[in-house]
Design a binder for this molecule. Structure first.
Ligand SMILES: *Cc1c(COP(=O)(O)O)cnc(C)c1O
Length: 379
């Protein structure tokens, strides 16, 4: 038998296994013509609330909107500072600038790729209002430290949980909470390739605070309190019913999907174990890693050479992310270039992500890791 082609994410094969369930869920939405705010959406919000333990789940159009609506609901004023890691996907930092707030970029811990609490506290000024930890690659940021700093300085915490839905954080007292349900507000994305992905765009916002939840709901719906009465300036950000129908099916499989990702990560870890040029992902004892990405740090390896070598064998690999926020042109005018984030730059030059999804089999994992080792050991 010929090996299946290796992809970064194999959504097609995942779909074939749930096709009948997904197809009938989508068909039901069409049959009922409840395309917007239908039962599928309310069912999904309730199911996600139960799954995450977050009291309120407000579905919205995508993960970027979720972040924007979160910041709008906290009533931040132009010039207020919002601290984010520089080592993240652009959406985290972009919405800060879009709302005329000031993004302040801080370092990550090179082991976890998440916000470094020491750097975070140093970056706080009298204008700081919020912190946005990103649970990058599927692992929780160190929330105990971040919450303690936020409490000391009276700051909001918005968790960008787009990459870590299903992950959890264990507090020193043993209490465990799902990521996204820990801070003042949590946000996530259902972009197809995310761990819980729909078949288009989607997102959600999480909070335990009743008053905040009603503000978030209003803002996502034109600031409307009752029909045609608009109390706040809002936006139009909805999860449509067809996407919610897909998500209802996939949420039931999420833990199974996470287990498959973790098994693939175990395979890779074992293959690259103790290699002097390869650092495999650190697994923080406080976090349940859900491996949105499997990301290596390479030392003394020509990364572009490896990427090309793998591509020549039809094995994709990606750099997440080649340019950190503080080096993006969009922040040049707002002082992005003035940062010296050595760890972030160091990581940016050394990380590489390998194929990671729910459908990887042993033969594929073996092929990928053998190819990586072949290149690294020869060069
Ligand atoms: C994907 C992602 C987002 C944005 O989600 P969209 O649904 O694409 O808008 C935000 N933050 C992080 C860390 C992400 O990975």
């Amino acid at each position: 038998m010929i090996m299946r082609p290796i992809q970064m994410v194999d959504l097609k094969r995942q779909y074939t296994k749930i096709k009948s369930e997904v197809d009938s869920a989508i068909q039901e939405v069409i049959d009922n013509a409840a395309f917007i705010n239908g039962k599928a959406v309310t069912d999904f919000a309730a199911a996600l609330s139960a799954y995450t333990g977050s009291r309120h789940v407000i579905p919205c159009a995508n993960g970027t909107d979720a972040l924007q609506i979160a910041m709008m609901a906290l009533d931040l004023q132009p010039g207020d500072e919002v601290i984010t890691p520089s080592f993240t996907y652009v959406a985290t930092t972009e919405v800060v600038a879009l709302l005329k707030l000031k993004p302040v970029f801080v370092e990550v811990d090179p082991r976890t790729f998440c916000l470094d609490p020491i750097a975070l506290e140093k970056a706080i000024t009298p204008r700081t209002r919020a912190i946005v930890p990103v649970h990058l690659y599927g692992q929780s940021a160190p929330m105990q430290e971040i919450l303690a700093i936020a409490a000391r300085h009276k700051l909001h915490v918005i968790e960008d949980n787009a990459q870590a839905i299903g992950s959890s954080y264990r507090f020193p007292d043993g209490m465990t909470q799902k990521t996204g349900a820990i801070g003042t507000i949590g946000t996530t994305s259902f972009f197809p390739s995310k761990n819980l992905g729909c078949y288009g765009d989607g997102g959600a916002i999480f909070t335990d605070d009743d008053a905040l939840a009603s503000r978030l709901k209003m803002i996502a719906n034109h600031g409307q309190s009752r029909r045609y009465y608009h109390d706040l300036v809002g936006c139009n950000s909805r999860l449509d019913s067809i996407q919610a129908a897909v998500l209802n099916v996939k949420l039931k499989k999420l833990d199974e999907y996470i287990a498959a990702r973790r098994a693939a990560a175990d395979f890779y870890d074992n293959a690259f174990k103790a290699h002097p040029k390869i650092t495999t992902p650190y697994r923080a004892p406080y976090s349940h890693h859900v491996f949105h990405q499997y990301t290596l740090i390479l030392e003394g390896v020509d990364r572009d050479g490896l990427n090309e070598f793998l591509a020549g064998k039809n094995i994709p690999s990606m750099i997440y992310y080649p340019v950190p926020a503080h080096r993006q042109q969009m922040f040049a005018a707002s002082g992005g270039g003035n940062y010296h984030l050595e760890t972030t730059d160091w990581l940016t030059e050394r990380v590489i992500s390998l194929p990671m999804h729910t459908e990887l089999d042993e033969e594929q994992l073996q092929t990928i890791s053998a190819a990586v080792l072949e290149y690294i050991n020869k060069n």
